[in-house]
Design a protein around this ligand. Structure first.
Ligand code: G1P
Length: 289
């Protein structure tokens, strides 16, 4: 099982980050000096992915433009001797083979993944949610791909969450296999605390197999009246072996204000141009507060 393709669903309306996301896609908001989606694409590329399909909608053309060349700008940077900026602008366009498909109706994550059927064909594929950024030594989707290849099975990325927070996620019933790797027996989307199947939630990363497409096509709307990927995976895990990886790394939900600010601070602290300065700035602030 070799995973070469990835899907990034990025067709949400960004309603948790308004008004900033009224006309700027949330995936294009700057995380220090790069848009959020670039971190996700870099994670996929660092994990051996070559072809990436972004599921967009009619309000998101800034994304296609970003991953294109921009001759006028590049010429201007070249003439001004701004080599570093020129290299960065070019690098974004050359990261991977990027394809786009529009989700014409906002009908949920499962419906968005269904739009990728023709792109995927008969291969296993990775899914990276467009607003979940990971900070990890080993790229998170790569950790899942390794498990998918070892077990020849679809894999979901999980971590333990506070039981009070589980209703924001899907919970997974897991069976221990080896260190950080579990079998998946069941799952449910946005459970209440008492409905949860464990304290482990799926957090934004999946490796799936093409059987999911038939399941998604026949799925009835679930939580929130939307076609839920979790409902499709629930069906899939009953039909075949599915694994979960308790991945190493920190996940940030950049689709909400707090997650976005936490990620901004952590990434800025690590950035060579801002790290030392931000540390001093935060220390000074902490003294005043
Ligand atoms: C989605 C998924 C959910 C998952 C969560 C975090 O929910 O439907 O199963 O736990 O992402 O990755 P959303 O954040 O879109 O409500």
């Amino acid at each position: 099982m070799k995973v070469r393709k990835a899907i990034i669903p990025a067709a949400g309306l960004g309603t948790r980050m308004l008004p900033a996301t009224k006309t700027v896609p949330k995936e294009m908001l700057p995380m220090v000096d790069k848009p959020v989606i670039q971190y996700i694409i870099e994670e996929a590329v660092a994990s051996g992915i070559e072809d990436i399909l972004i599921v967009t909608n009619r309000a998101k053309s800034a994304m296609d433009d970003y991953f294109d060349y921009y001759p006028e700008l590049e010429e201007r940077l070249d003439r001004a001797g701004k080599e570093k900026e020129l290299a960065e602008v070019r690098r974004a366009a050359d990261l991977a083979n990027i394809f786009y498909v529009r989700q014409k109706e906002t009908k949920g994550l499962g419906h968005a993944i269904g739009r990728a059927r023709h792109f995927v064909g008969n291969e296993p594929f990775a899914v990276l949610l467009g607003d979940d950024i990971m900070r990890a030594e080993k790229p998170v989707i790569g950790q899942l791909i390794r498990a998918a290849e070892a077990y020849s099975a679809p894999v979901v990325g999980i971590q333990r969450v506070d039981p009070e927070q589980i209703s924001k996620y899907s919970s997974v019933k897991i069976l221990p296999k080896e260190d950080r790797i579990y079998g998946v027996a069941d799952m449910n989307e946005k459970p209440t605390k008492s409905e949860r199947l464990s304290d482990y939630a799926i957090l934004g990363r999946y490796v799936l197999t093409p059987e999911i497409f038939d399941i998604l096509e026949n799925l009835k709307p679930g939580f929130g009246g939307e076609i839920q990927l979790t409902d499709g995976l629930r069906e899939l895990c009953k039909r075949r072996n599915m694994m979960a990886v308790d991945f190493e790394g920190r996940r940030y939900d950049t689709g909400n204000l707090r997650g976005f600010l936490e990620a901004t601070i952590d990434f800025a602290l690590e950035h060579p141009e801002t790290g030392a300065w931000l540390k001093r700035f935060l220390k000074d602030k902490a003294e005043i507060l």
